[in-house]
Ligand binder design. Structure first.
Ligand code: MV4
Length: 451
């Protein structure tokens, strides 16, 4: 096992990884930007190395600085967390060349799943159902329009280099296709320096349901059930839960097996997530694979009792999975609410400032993963997520009540947050009924009013 790990991230996920390492008896090296010298992750780690100025480009995305911090501190492995360098094949390859383990899948797996239309092809070959759409990537709007006309509207325009909704547009008619295609393509070029697109049939009111998988380097692959992440605003998830309300045991098994096939087709090891869309008739379709640990991983940990971060570390060090599929069971229901420094009154505008008063909830079945402490100054340069409140109970109904109680206890003063908004959301009858599509529609409407 590793003696020392460098965490190439910040915020609550860096704190989460540091805690896992400490419990495993592994020394931790944090990295921080000049804006994060007083950040919780910088203070909790055994050592911290400042790797550059505030802007992510200059610090948390600065591969050379991070690698020299790892080499000089004697870290044997780097955990990238999520975002930043977590799905960067160049960085994963640089780690290997420096003799440092990248705690995640192989660069080849990241690459194969990173191109979303290539990933589709791989899944078709593996017998995983995909959303009906184009086989080959396209760059020409006129050709796209021809294929879309053939497919029939509405059509979803997606970016090969995208994922998570970046460079995505719904075309509802032939008339509006070309403008939307070119808009999405320009956005993709701006964001990723790539203009390849693909098309999918648009599935109305589908649910976003993803399956957690774990795979070791010896080819043992298991799934840990699903997460329903349908409640989203502008492709930012707001609330996630497991199990999904309308996934029964038979569907769970089918989706789990498909996710395992997907992982095997990608030659995958480490923790990963296979995203599916599920339509109203409970047909499921592969959307994309995320080759990293995800924000919402705690809900899976709560119901399975499996620590995903520790498993990632053990897998990376070459250990075989200590669980077979039959060892995995799901107990009760877990829900996560993301608490962000965003002002719901101003179209969820991200905010910075000092935390003047803080009280975190606790008690049976309540978990808070956060970067907060009293007096902390939230910098304006990074993701606005401050905390994740996760609850676990025997039933969904009890979990909803527990979340309402926990959010009611939580106090964050000094900056605007979406806390009241989340409290009202989990208190609503739409949420109790599991009507995520109606919630998303409400969110859209409200946002349009503000802007
Ligand atoms: C879709 C879709 C319907 N049809 N693709 C992709 C990224 C993720 N953030 C949402 N994604 C979707 N992709 C096709 N072909 C529906 C979604 C989707 C969604 C879209 C807009 C607003 C909320 C959503 C919630 C779940 C799924």
């Amino acid at each position: 096992m590793y003696q020392k790990i460098l965490i190439a991230n910040r915020g609550e996920i860096a704190v989460r990884i540091i805690r896992a390492c400490r419990e495993m008896g592994i020394e931790t090296v944090a990295v921080c930007s000049t804006a994060d010298r007083e950040a919780l992750h910088a203070q909790l780690a055994d050592t911290c190395i400042c790797i550059g100025p505030e802007r992510p480009k200059d610090s948390y995305l600065n591969m050379e600085e991070i690698l020299s911090a790892a080499v000089s501190s004697g870290a044997q492995a780097i955990h990238p967390g999520f975002g930043f360098l977590s799905e960067n094949t160049k960085f994963a390859r640089m780690c290997i060349r420096c003799g440092i383990d990248f705690i995640g899948p192989s660069p080849e797996s990241i690459e194969r799943m990173g191109n979303k239309s290539e990933a589709r092809k791989t899944m078709i070959q593996a017998g995983v159902p995909v959303i009906p759409g184009t086989e080959e990537a396209l760059t020409d709007a006129a050709e796209g329009k021809r294929l879309a006309d053939e497919m029939g509207y509405p059509v979803m325009i997606k970016a090969c280099a995208g994922g998570g909704g970046k460079g995505m547009r719904v075309a509802r008619s032939s008339r509006e296709f070309t403008d939307l295609f070119e808009m999405a393509q320009r956005e993709t070029m701006q964001a990723f320096g790539d203009d390849k697109m693909y098309l999918e049939k648009y599935l109305e009111n589908a649910r976003h349901i993803e399956v957690q998988i774990l795979s070791d380097k010896s080819g043992n692959t298991i799934h840990l059930g699903e997460r329903d992440c349908t409640i989203q605003r502008k492709h930012q998830k707001l609330v996630e839960e497991t199990p999904a309300l309308f996934v029964d045991d038979a569907l769970r098994q089918k989706m789990g097996e498909a996710a395992v096939r997907a992982a095997k087709a990608a030659g995958y090891y480490s923790a990963g997530t296979v995203e599916f869309l599920v339509d109203k008739d409970r047909n499921f379709y592969f959307m994309e694979m995320n080759t990293r640990i995800q924000v919402e991983h705690p809900v899976t940990e709560m119901v399975t009792g499996i620590d995903l971060i520790k498993q990632m570390i053990r897998i990376s060090a070459g250990e075989t999975l200590p669980y077979r599929q039959t060892d995995v069971s799901v107990r009760g229901h877990a829900i996560e609410c993301r608490i962000s420094a965003e002002d719901p009154e101003r179209g969820f505008l991200p905010c910075a400032g000092t935390i003047t008063n803080l009280y975190l909830p606790g008690g049976n079945g309540v978990r808070v993963d956060s970067l907060l402490y009293n007096g902390y100054q939230v910098p304006p340069y990074y993701d606005s997520m401050l905390a994740k409140v996760i609850v676990h109970a025997d039933s969904r109904e009890e979990a909803v009540r527990k979340m309402r109680s926990a959010l009611g206890e939580l106090v964050i003063e000094g900056i605007p947050t979406n806390l009241d908004f989340q409290y009202n959301l989990v208190s609503s009858s739409l949420f109790r009924e599991g009507n995520a599509s109606a919630i998303n529609e409400e969110l859209e409407k409200r946002y349009r009013k503000v802007c």
